[in-house]
Ligand binder design. Structure first.
Ligand code: NAP
Ligand code: ZN
Length: 349
């Protein structure tokens, strides 16, 4: 089917209207009219080719909420008219040990991204959610719990699961001492989940103006990362720190803040780090780890958790034609705390 979206034609060009074709429904496919799509910092990294692997034209967007319009003959779980969601993954090999354990996000053969991925049947570059329609394999389509505001659900599909999954993996729960580095899209969801899981949550921010917001989101404390005395006083006081900073930065100031056996999980910056000091790691068995989004079953678990607890992101709704301005604001850390595109604003070409 013919559709319209917004694409970047190169790393230097802004996003602009773009017509393209979605594949015909395969037996296990769901066709979705996109209602809303969240704006992730990864969209900006891909648009600008920050990771050196971008394929153009690039249509970003992996925080998708929409309505089912048609299903292939083998689809059993969804029907036209239902509101559904799609996140960062649209396919994986399905048979490796990771896929068999619901960890499609760590598929040994490489998972297929919602955008900038390689379609497993045609080999074509996948195009994401800044568009009117999308066609996705049923296994990668998620149910949206009743009662959540569908205009706000999109960011759960990436910012939500990327922070929820490591918290669950490292056992964050009542009494856990959690630190969140960087209060942006991912960071604000980490605060909400930490609070909902019963943890004591501290936000590390470079931005003094964000303190009130941090408390409103559920944080118990805020540390301005440039305040050396406050950082020193926080030594040995965290079980788990999640670092969402999108650019190369020094993680060494955070390592002594972990208590013995604590873990700092990197989810933001992808690439080289400054060398970590090994003294706090060795003396105290502290760890530095990474984590990538989450599998489909855990993403559904996270959505259902949000449904039960009434958790949604803080969003600023934008029109599709405001996307380039939104990217500029994201680069300045001026996001409160996730942009969501109202796809009704996407004009026909
Ligand atoms: P975002 O909304 O732009 O938030 C990033 C936050 O990091 C900013 O609000 C800012 O918080 C802080 N920050 C920004 N620039 C900084 C700098 N130069 N030095 C120190 N702190 C800085 O971005 P996001 O959407 O949350 O994404 C964050 C990163 O996670 C991106 O790199 C994205 O690609 C990545 N990501 C990874 C996964 C995964 O699976 N691992 C999934 C999704 C996204 P303060 O103002 O509070 O300091
Ligand atoms: Zn994302």
């Amino acid at each position: 089917m013919k559709t319209i979206g917004y694409a970047a034609q190169s790393a230097e060009s802004p996003l602009a209207p773009f017509e393209f074709t979605r594949r015909e429904l395969r037996a296990d496919d769901v066709a979705i009219d996109i209602l809303y799509c969240g704006v992730c910092h990864s969209d900006l990294h891909t648009t600008r080719n920050d990771w050196g692997n971008a394929v153009y034209p690039a249509v970003p967007g992996h925080e998708i909420v929409g309505r089912v319009t048609a299903v292939g003959p083998a689809v059993t779980r969804y029907q036209p008219g239902e509101v559904v969601a799609v996140g960062c993954l649209v396919d994986s090999c399905g048979h490796c040990d990771q896929c068999r354990h619901d960890l499609e996000n760590y598929c040994r053969e490489g998972w297929t991204g919602t955008y900038n991925g390689k379609d497993r049947v045609t080999g074509e570059n996948t195009l994401g959610g800044y568009a009117r329609q999308i066609v996705v394999k049923e296994h990668f389509v998620l149910r949206v719990p009743e009662g959540l505001d569908i205009a706000k659900v999109g960011p759960l599909l990436c910012a939500g699961i990327t922070t929820y999954s490591p918290m669950r993996h490292w056992g964050v729960g009542p009494g856990s001492r959690v630190g969140v580095v960087g209060l942006g899209g991912l960071g604000h969801m980490a605060v909400k989940f930490g609070a909902a899981l019963g943890a004591h949550v501290t936000v590390f921010s470079r931005s003094p103006g964000k303190e009130k917001d941090a408390f409103d989101l559920g944080a118990d404390a805020v540390l301005i990362s440039s305040d050396e005395a406050a950082m020193a006083a926080a030594a040995n006081s965290f079980d788990f720190i999640i670092d969402t900073v999108p650019v190369k930065h020094d993680i060494n100031p955070y390592l002594p803040l972990l208590d013995y056996h604590g873990t700092l999980v990197l989810v933001g910056q992808i690439g080289n780090l400054d060398e970590p000091h090994t003294f706090p790691l060795v003396f105290g068995r502290r760890a530095v780890a990474g984590s990538l989004i989450g599998g489909i079953a855990e993403t559904q678990e996270m959505l259902d958790f949000c449904g039960r607890k009434g958790i949604v992101p803080e969003v600023e709704m934008i029109r599709m034609d405001q996307i380039n301005e939104a990217y500029e604001r994201m680069e300045r850390s001026d996001v409160h705390y996730r942009f969501v595109i109202d796809m009704a604003s996407l004009e026909p070409a």
